[in-house]
Design a protein around this ligand. Structure first.
Ligand code: GTP
Ligand code: MG
Length: 495
């Protein structure tokens, strides 16, 4: 508020100066224009025309140039294949990660799978959709000899199943059946999504209009930028008018994606017929009719007959993205593991330090060599610059938090030792050792969490998290630290 009140007069002064300058400029310009007009009057008419035409042309050209610059770029057609991600640098990254001890198995497996798929060279089509939308039935309709299971209960397909399909045009394709979306609470969605990355073409099977979750599931698929076909299934359940209405509705909802192909299919149409029995009575029988998948087959053929190199590079790019994200995950897990080890190492050291203290004071500080090097080492693990000033602030703020809870920690520690038979009277050093251990464990995990989530060392949030974590699960943590302190104390005595 103070700042605003001092700025106000300056702002007013600025407005006055700008107004005066603008006024002067306007008067000057008017004067200049009038002078020019008078000059032109004294010249032959052809000169006046010439100046008029030149000024007009200049104005129109500059307006046209400005419009070209500011015109929204939407609608520009993507020309040619997209720049493929750099496979060489991706493989280099995998190698470097392996040297640093990161588990590269999943990323490597993905690249090997890409190699295998490149060798057999078949177009891969992944079916995607909610449970029971009819994905397995579609496979059965397209490849009648395939043994795809179908069920009324939903959640039949729980793993990836590949089917070899030779189309009427003679193209060799691989159809992949994936688990339905939201199957067992979405547990298998990632499996389905990964397979969509590996495909050349994705067919999104839905029944009727798109539900909200289907609509949301389409977004990450569209982001893959590969040919996507939305197949509206089970159309046999609707009258012709309703079928048209459903198609129109789906088309309207997806109109911002003109590259999407929308088709209607019935993969396992059923019809109830009334049958006359010999005794004159009647019974209702469910009759399965031949599937209708022509529209989808045509759409697939269109996608296949397009540019093969484009299909390949889109598939490759999606897989490279998948490899990169698997590497990111593996690197994050590796960092977390290294950070955990570090925290354990420093907790042990802190316990030993506590045991070695000759007369433990009532004031526990975490400044000093041990605290500083724990934070510094954690920063190195997360590739974050470790500034001395920030480290000091983290330690200082956290120490302030300790003072409030230290009596409680010492009391719980004293109590915990009672659970160990034959420990006898507890020396203050042992209790302090446990408190030190708890503090270093909490500090380490808090710093690691902040570094991981924020990508930088932030003293205030770190100390807040430290306070929150310090009281968490106190009994259990102190009991295991007490055991560690006792073992360390015994080791010390033995030496
Ligand atoms: N009326 C009608 N029912 C169909 C059609 N296609 C499939 N169904 C029925 O829908 C149910 C589910 O079919 P599935 O092919 O197992 O569906 P899915 O998508 O593979 O299911 P999950 O593997 O569980 O994700 C079965 O009862 C099929 O008989 C169709 O075109 N019309
Ligand atoms: Mg299925």
């Amino acid at each position: 508020m103070k700042l605003i009140s001092t700025i106000r007069p300056l702002l007013a002064l600025f407005v006055i100066i700008v107004t005066v300058l603008l006024l002067m400029m306007m008067l000057n310009l008017t004067n200049y224009a009038l002078e020019l007009w008078q000059h032109l009057q004294s010249l032959p008419a052809v000169f006046t025309w010439l100046v008029g035409v030149t000024v007009g042309t200049l104005l129109i050209t500059s307006i046209w140039v400005i419009w070209r610059i500011l015109r929204p770029s939407a609608g520009t057609v993507r020309e040619g294949a997209p720049e493929p991600l750099d496979e060489v640098s991706l493989r280099e990254r995998v190698q470097q990660a392996e040297v640093s001890g990161v588990d590269i198995q999943e990323a490597l497996h993905e690249l090997e799978e890409l190699g295998r798929r490149r060798v057999h060279g078949r177009i891969q089509i992944t079916l995607f959709g909610e449970i029971s939308s009819g994905k397995s039935s579609l496979i059965r309709a397209l490849v009648p000899q395939a043994e795809a299971e179908t069920s009324v209960t939903g959640g039949t397909t729980r793993e990836l199943m590949h089917y070899h399909w030779v189309t009427a045009a003679g193209d060799e394709l691989v159809l992949t059946d994936v688990p339905g979306l939201n199957e067992t609470g979405g547990e298998l969605d990632a499996l389905a999504m990964e397979e969509a990355h590996r495909a050349h073409i994705v067919v999104f099977v839905c029944e009727g209009d798109l539900s909200r979750s289907e609509f949301n599931a389409l977004n990450p698929l569209l982001a893959l930028e590969k040919p996507l076909i939305v197949a509206i299934n089970k159309l046999d359940r609707y009258s012709t008018e309703d079928q048209d209405a459903i198609r129109t509705r789906v088309r309207e909802r997806l109109e911002q994606y003109p590259e999407l192909q929308i088709v209607g299919i019935t993969t396992r149409p059923a019809q109830t017929v009334v049958r006359q029995l010999p005794d004159g009575s009647e019974e209702e029988v469910l009759r399965t009719l031949p599937p209708l998948t022509g529209e989808l087959e045509k759409a697939l053929q269109r996608a296949i007959d397009g540019r093969q190199d484009l299909l390949e590079s889109l598939r490759d790019n999606a897989i490279f993205g998948l490899v990169a994200s698997k590497l990111d995950d593996a690197e994050a897990a590796h960092r977390r593991h290294t950070a955990d080890e570090l925290v354990r190492k420093y907790t042990r050291r802190a316990i030993l330090g506590g045991l070695a203290a000759i007369s433990p004071g009532t004031d526990i500080l975490i400044q000093g060599y041990l605290g500083t090097s724990l934070v510094r080492e954690l920063c190195a693990v997360y590739d974050v610059p470790a500034r001395e000033l920030e480290i000091e602030k983290v330690l200082d703020l956290s120490t302030r938090q300790i003072r409030k809870v230290l009596p409680l920690i010492l009391a719980v520690a004293g109590n915990a030792f009672k659970a160990f038979p034959g420990v006898g009277t507890i020396a203050g050093g042992l209790m302090h050792a446990v408190a030190y251990g708890l503090i270093f464990d909490t500090l380490g995990t808090s710093v690691a969490t902040i570094l991981e989530t924020r990508g930088e060392l932030r003293p205030a949030p770190t100390s807040l998290l430290f306070r929150e974590k310090l009281g968490e699960d106190l009994d259990t943590r102190i009991r295991s630290l007490a055991r560690l302190a006792l073992e360390s104390s015994k080791d010390q005595k033995r030496q």
